[in-house]
Design a protein around this ligand. Sequence first.
Ligand SMILES: [Cu+2]
Length: 147
Amino acid sequence: MLKKILVPAVLAVLLSACGGAPASKTAINVEMTDFAYTPSSATITAGQPVTITLENKGLVEHDFVVSKIDVTDVSEGSGGMDMGHDMNNMGHDMGGAEYDLHVSIPSGESNTITFTSKSAGVYQFFCTVPGHKEAGMIGELTIVEEN
Ligand SMILES: [Cu+2]
């Protein structure tokens, strides 16, 4: 009984990931490696809180940044590290203030960033560690209007 329900659901997820219009999500998992984001594109909806979970499977620290984006209610997860928010910002490149979205993840760690986009648009996200963006750590965040 359970299998009969689960199989079509799994198929639907696989199919929607493979083509057609990208499904808008409120929870996104992004894997970071040296030097790429997987997936490198995501579609979300304006006006809905979205949580992006970033898992760094690379050997070096990576971050996730959107320079300019109209967002509200931004919060960063604790990331499982015994480290306060202030220290987190100080320890990095002091660039927290110049980016609207910013979360950095040490190698082997994961963390989340939650935010609500105020309007539709297409934004680039990238890694600010020197050389990484050039090496391909770049992706696209598409925000669609609320239905
Ligand atoms: Cu990086």
